[in-house]
Design a protein. Structure first.
Length: 135
C-alpha cells in the first residue's frame, strides 16, 4: 500500500498539479522497483484540524486529496479512497469527525481506529479488478 502524502504537500505549499504529479511519479517509481506487485494508493483519513486550514495558495489538504484521486484514477492506479469512505461512514452513522479523533484533530482515537480498520478490511474483502495496476 502506498499512503499518499497530501498533508505534507500542502504544508510545503506546492501546487495541486505538482503535488499530484509527484504522487503519480512516486507510484510509478514503486511499480518500476516492484513490477510484479500490486501497489494500491490509499488516501489519508480525514482531519478536523487540517480541514479549512489553508496555505498561501488558499488550498487545504482536502484540495490535495481530491486532485490526487482524480489524477490517480485517470492513470488507472488502483486506489482505496479511505478519506471518502470514512466521511461517508460518519455521515451514514450520524457521527461527528471530531468524535473519532484525538484532541489534536489529526490522530485517530480508538473509535476512529476501529472505523478506519473496518473500512480498510471491508475494501480488502471486496472483489475488484486489480489488473489495471499490473502490466
Amino acid at each position: 500500500f502506498f499512503f499518499i502524502p497530501v498533508v505534507g504537500n500542502q504544508a510545503v505549499d506546492i501546487s495541486l498539479d505538482a503535488s499530484s504529479q509527484a504522487i503519480l511519479a512516486s507510484y510509478l517509481a514503486l511499480k518500476e522497483q516492484l513490477p510484479d506487485s500490486l501497489i494500491v494508493a490509499v488516501t489519508p483519513v480525514p482531519s478536523s484540524s487540517l480541514m479549512n486550514k489553508f496555505n498561501s495558495r488558499t488550498l487545504d489538504y482536502t484540495s490535495y486529496v481530491a486532485d490526487a484521486v482524480t489524477v490517480l484514477t485517470e492513470n488507472k492506479v488502483p486506489l482505496l479512497d479511505l478519506h471518502s469512505l470514512y466521511l461517508s461512514e460518519l455521515e451514514t452513522t450520524n457521527q461527528l469527525l471530531a468524535s473519532t479523533l484525538e484532541a489534536d484533530g489529526i490522530q485517530l482515537n480508538p473509535q476512529g481506529v476501529t472505523i478506519a480498520t473496518t473500512l480498510f478490511l471491508n475494501q480488502l474483502a471486496s472483489p475488484r479488478d486489480t489488473t489495471s495496476g499490473i502490466d
